[in-house]
Design a protein. Structure first.
Length: 264
């Protein structure tokens, strides 16, 4: 009898909690376009009817999120084969980059242990990066001797119009404010410099199969491009990867062109 009562009470408060969450989210506008048109999609994900970005609600607190990731290390840090594969992928990407730009200054955002940076440095690039995992920052400094800054990009004081290339490899979907991240990239990059982006492409159906609790945002192919070009970047190269498990990933290069959305 008591068990039944407790279960009833639990179900009541659970439903009350979910309803309150859904109602309160409706009162909060989209985190990208600020329109008041988000609706529940799946689990803790909501979709904006206006810009169609998929967003996690509520957003995790930035400080707690950084603490949660304090020891996040890529499996490449422990496994030589995975490390080789990752560095081979980085090399492939850098060969494409060098079709557009000679080695210069490169910033790698969310660089983790610095595998991409290490390959770039060996090819003549002057590299610097950042990460919110203090474990990864220390690993990269110790194992590769790299210059890796600790912290969120928006907490760092970085030079404007300084870098030939900025790398956002599987990072934009993890950021609390993708629009701000893209604007900061735009500011950091020199005129005609390049932004490298790699991110998954998910729609309202595939998100249910490829849900990732660490992604704060998700987009499909068209919408991620629209978001990035809105800031003042122009797409100059693209590669679509269809994985065996059905997940689609996009690699793109953008050139800094036109006024940023800050100035429009
Ligand atoms: Zn929106």
């Amino acid at each position: 009898m008591l068990k039944k009562y407790l279960r009833l009470m639990y179900n009541f408060y659970f439903l009350l909690g979910v309803s309150f969450f859904k109602i309160s989210t409706k009162l909060h506008p989209c985190l990208i376009c600020r329109q008041n048109k988000v609706r529940h999609l799946f689990k803790d994900l909501f979709i904006c009817n206006d810009c169609r970005s998929i967003q996690k609600r509520p957003q995790p607190n930035k400080l707690l999120w950084r603490l949660k990731h304090r020891n996040a290390l890529l499996s490449a840090c422990f496994n030589k084969d995975i490390s080789k594969t990752r560095m081979a992928e980085a090399k492939k990407q850098l060969i494409v980059l060098e079709r557009f730009k000679n080695p210069g200054k490169l910033f790698d955002i969310g660089c983790n242990g610095g595998f991409f940076m290490k390959v770039a440095q060996d090819r003549g690039w002057e590299v610097i990066g950042n990460d919110i995992s203090i474990g990864a920052v220390k690993w990269g400094r110790t194992n590769f001797g790299l210059n890796i800054m600790y912290g969120y990009l928006d907490d760092l004081n970085l030079n404007s119009d300084y870098y030939e290339a900025v790398n956002l490899w599987n990072v934009l979907e993890h950021t609390h404010n993708p629009m701000l991240t893209l604007k900061l990239c735009w500011n950091m990059i020199k005129k005609d410099g390049l932004l490298m982006v790699k991110l998954p492409s998910k729609n309202r159906n595939s998100i249910k199969v490829h849900y990732d609790q660490y992604h704060l945002f998700e987009w499909n192919e068209t919408d991620s491009n629209e978001l990035i070009e809105k800031v003042g970047f122009k797409k100059i190269w693209e590669n679509i990867i269809n994985h065996k498990n059905g997940l689609t990933e996009i690699e793109r290069f953008y050139q800094k062109a036109g006024p940023s959305s800050n100035e429009k």
